[in-house]
Design a protein around this ligand. Structure first.
Ligand code: ATP
Ligand code: BTN
Length: 321
C-alpha cells in the first residue's frame, strides 16, 4: 500500500484542478523532483491524463470527482438507516474478484467500489477498461439461500435497477440490452457481470459487478472494440449511495419473488425492442426481430412470425443494420 499511497496523494492534490509544480510536490513529500516523476508515471499508467507545462507544473487534463467515504455515507443515510457496508479501495485488481476472495467474511449487501481496476473483467474472460476516477466500478455481494437456480434473471434485474437509478440522476434515456449491458444513444454505457460461487443444491454466493462509463476519454481500442458512451458529469458519491440503496431494496424483493416481480419493467427500457437483431452464438448467427424477454429471462426472437426463446451465457446480441 505504501507504493500506492503517495501517487494517490498526488492525485488528491491535483484534484483541485490547478497547476502544481514539481518543486511544490517535491517539498510536500520531502523528496526530489525525480521521485515526483516516478509518481507521475504511475498515475499516468492508471489512466489519468495530465498536462505538464514548463514553468507551471502538472494539471489534470479532466476534472476528477474522487470517491469519498463521508459523502457516500451522508447520501446513503438520507435514504436508509442501515450501515453503508462498503469498502472503498482506490486501486484493486477487480472489485468482483475482491468480494469473491473474501466470501467467508461477507454478509448480503456488502459492497466494494474502486477508482481503478488493474484487471477489470467482462463476460467470458474479456477485459473491462477501467481508468482511474473517470468511471465507476462497483460490486455487491448477496447470499441466495435457495441456491444458484434462484439467480435466474438476476443480471436482467440489476440492469433494470441500474438503468432507473441512472435515469433519475441524469435525466437521460438509458436503456437495457439483453442480457447484461446498459446502452445510451445505441452505444454501450455500462456492463454487468454476475458471478456465482456455490454448487447446485447449496447456498449461492452471488457477486454482482457493474462498470459504468461516466467521463471516459481515449479508451484503449485494443480493449474497447465496440461503440461506447459516457453518462457525463454526475456526483459519483451520490451515484454510489443511490445504487447501493436501490440494489439492496431490489435484492430483498428478488429473493422473495424472483425475476417475475421485475419483468414488466424490462420492455419499456429495452434498447432493441421490436428491432431487427442478430444473435451471435459462437460461429452461428441467427437473425430476427427482438420481442422482449419472458419470465425465465430468455430473449424472445421472432422469425417468420414465430417466436423462439433464447437463453444462455454464450449468446451475444447485436443490432442487425
Ligand atoms: P455481449 O453482448 O456478449 O455481452 P460484449 O461484447 O458486450 O458482448 P462483454 O463481455 O459483455 O461483451 O463486455 C466486454 C466487452 O465490453 C469488451 O470486449 C469490450 O469490447 C467492451 N468494453 C470493455 N470495457 C469497456 C468500457 N469501459 N466501456 C464500454 N465497453 C467496454
Ligand atoms: C460486461 O459487459 O461484460 C460486464 C462488465 C462488468 C465490469 C464490472 S466493473 C466492476 C466489476 N469488476 C469487474 O472486474 N467487472 C465488473
Amino acid at each position: 500500500m505504501r507504493d500506492l499511497a503517495n501517487p494517490l496523494k498526488v492525485i488528491e492534490i491535483l484534484s483541485d484542478g490547478h497547476f502544481h509544480s514539481g518543486e511544490e510536490l517535491a517539498s510536500i513529500f520531502g523528496i526530489t523532483r525525480a521521485g515526483i516523476n516516478k509518481y507521475i508515471k504511475v498515475i499516468r499508467q492508471w489512466g489519468i491524463e495530465l498536462s505538464s507545462v514548463q514553468g507551471k507544473g502538472y494539471q489534470l487534463a479532466y476534472p476528477l470527482n474522487l470517491l469519498n467515504e463521508q459523502k457516500i455515507t451522508h447520501y446513503y443515510l438520507q435514504k436508509s438507516s442501515q450501515p453503508v457496508a462498503l469498502d472503498i479501495i482506490p486501486v484493486i485488481n477487480s472489485t468482483n474478484q475482491y468480494l469473491l476472495d473474501n466470501l467467508a467474511e461477507l454478509s448480503s449487501g456488502n459492497a466494494c467500489v474502486a477508482e481503478f481496476q488493474q484487471a477489470g473483467r467482462g463476460r467470458r474472460g474479456r477485459q473491462w477498461f477501467s481508468p482511474f476516477g473517470s468511471n465507476l466500478y462497483l460490486s455487491l455481494y448477496w447470499r441466495l439461500e435457495q441456491g444458484p437456480a434462484a439467480a435466474m434473471g438476476l443480471s436482467l434485474m440489476i440492469g433494470i435497477v441500474v438503468a432507473k437509478v441512472l435515469r433519475e440522476l441524469s435525466g437521460q434515456d438509458i436503456k437495457v440490452k439483453w442480457p447484461n449491458d446498459l446502452y445510451l444513444d445505441d452505444k454501450k454505457l455500462a456492463g454487468i457481470l454476475v458471478e456465482i460461487a456455490g454448487k447446485a443444491g447449496d447456498i449461492a454466493h452471488v457477486v454482482m459487478g457493474m462498470g459504468i462509463n461516466l467521463n471516459m476519454h481515449n479508451p484503449d481500442s485494443g480493449i474497447v472494440n465496440q461503440a461506447w458512451s459516457n453518462l457525463g458529469n454526475i456526483d459519483r458519491n451520490l451515484l454510489v449511495a443511490n445504487l447501493l440503496y436501490h440494489l439492496r431494496q431490489a435484492l430483498v424483493c428478488f429473493e422473495k419473488q424472483g425475476f417475475a416481480a421485475f419483468l414488466a419493467e424490462w420492455n419499456p427500457l429495452d434498447n432493441f425492442a421490436n428491432r431487427p437483431v442478430k444473435l451471435i452464438i459462437g460461429e452461428t448467427v441467427i437473425k430476427g426481430v427482438a420481442r422482449g424477454i419472458n419470465q425465465q429471462g430468455a430473449l424472445l426472437l421472432e422469425q417468420n412470425g414465430q417466436i423462439t426463446p433464447y437463453i444462455g451465457g454464450e449468446i451475444s446480441l447485436r443490432a442487425d443494420n
